[in-house]
Design a binder for this molecule. Structure first.
Ligand code: PRT
Ligand code: ZN
Length: 283
């Protein structure tokens, strides 16, 4: 049996639940519950604040956790990062008031920097031998420069909108982050087997996300060009059509590239294009 800690609310909750459900770990996602047993996999899900997940996994109270790499790095517990999960993308950045002239890291020497990530920040400047004053604050870090509480901030940035609306500009990225699956270092043989099975399923779920299944009719003469446009997993599936000189082509594409690919395929004569949602790709 595996116990998997996930965020109880907040940005990572929904996609963590979707990822587990997609991998066949189904459970009652009633958020008021603290611990829920899966109906379909030998696992239970423990809902926690993200800050608590690395420590709970390190202690063995849960064997696995889904949490931002930023939290794992900040907390510094001895856990294994098993897999990057492809959501919750963000970066930990240094930002300063937008009218300041910035010519490099020495700008920060002697400056007061507000952050909720003091350990990562302390290590970063210690490595560079630049003395800074770190002011730890648990929320609303972005308002501290205009409130006269700090000269600069070190915080999570995603779109950058929060920085702009607080009159700040991003000047250095210290850590690129995304949600990761972490594990305790001492799993039993049985738990390791369950983790392997879970990883296989999560892998499939990660690969399938954001993909579309594409079918079309294409003149046989354009087939080589179509295959260049559609580099499928190994190669696209091609089937002859009853009509002479035409074939049917099936492939998988990234949803983000869908319209670009369709435009190119139409230019080489593709017709009757069908785009289907895809449930699973088993690698
Ligand atoms: O209650 P709990 O402690 O569990 O949640 P929390 O409030 O500490 O964390 P939460 O839910 O806000 O974020 C959970 C995780 O999501 C973080 O640890 C990151 O790994 C990841 N993540 C991804 C983000 C963002 N994107 C993000 N944009 N976490 C926070 N933000 C903040 C950012 O600090 C900024 O203030 O969102 C604001 C908007 O960002 P911009 O740049 O898009 O404007
Ligand atoms: Zn938190």
């Amino acid at each position: 049996m595996l116990r998997i800690a996930i965020q109880n609310k907040g940005r990572l909750n929904e996609e963590s639940v979707e990822l587990l459900n997609g991998g066949g770990v189904e459970f009652d996602n009633a958020k008021r519950k603290y611990l829920v047993k899966s109906r379909t996999f030998p696992a239970e899900v423990l809902y926690l604040r993200d800050d608590d997940i690395p420590g709970v996994v390190a202690s063995g109270a849960a064997q696995l956790g889904i949490v931002g790499l930023n939290e794992v790095t900040e907390k510094g517990f001895d856990v294994k990062v098993v897999k990057k999960l492809g959501f919750g993308y963000c970066r930990l950045c240094l930002a300063i008031p937008k009218n300041e002239v910035y010519e490099g890291l020495n700008y920060f020497a002697g400056k007061r920097i507000a952050t909720s990530y003091p350990n990562i920040l302390r290590r970063f400047f210690a490595d560079k031998n630049i003395p800074v004053e770190i002011s730890e604050i648990s929320g609303s870090v972005e308002i501290t420069p205009s409130a006269g509480m700090a000269d600069a901030i070190f915080d999570i940035v995603s779109s950058g909108g929060t920085l702009v609306s607080n009159g700040l500009k991003e000047v250095e990225t210290v850590l690129e982050s995304e949600a990761v699956l972490i594990s305790n270092n001492e799993l039993t043989a049985e738990q390791n087997e369950e983790l392997d099975e879970l990883l296989f399923r999560i892998e499939s779920e990660c690969i399938s996300r954001g993909k579309k299944y594409l079918l079309m009719n294409i003149p046989s003469a354009s087939l080589d060009k179509a295959i260049e446009i559609l580099p499928a997993m190994r190669s696209p599936t091609v089937m002859p059509l009853a009509a002479e000189g035409w074939c049917s082509l099936h492939s998988v594409v990234d949803a983000a590239q869908l319209w670009d690919k369709i435009k190119k395929l139409k230019e080489i004569g593709a017709e009757g294009i069908l785009v289907l949602n895809l449930d699973k790709i088993i690698p």
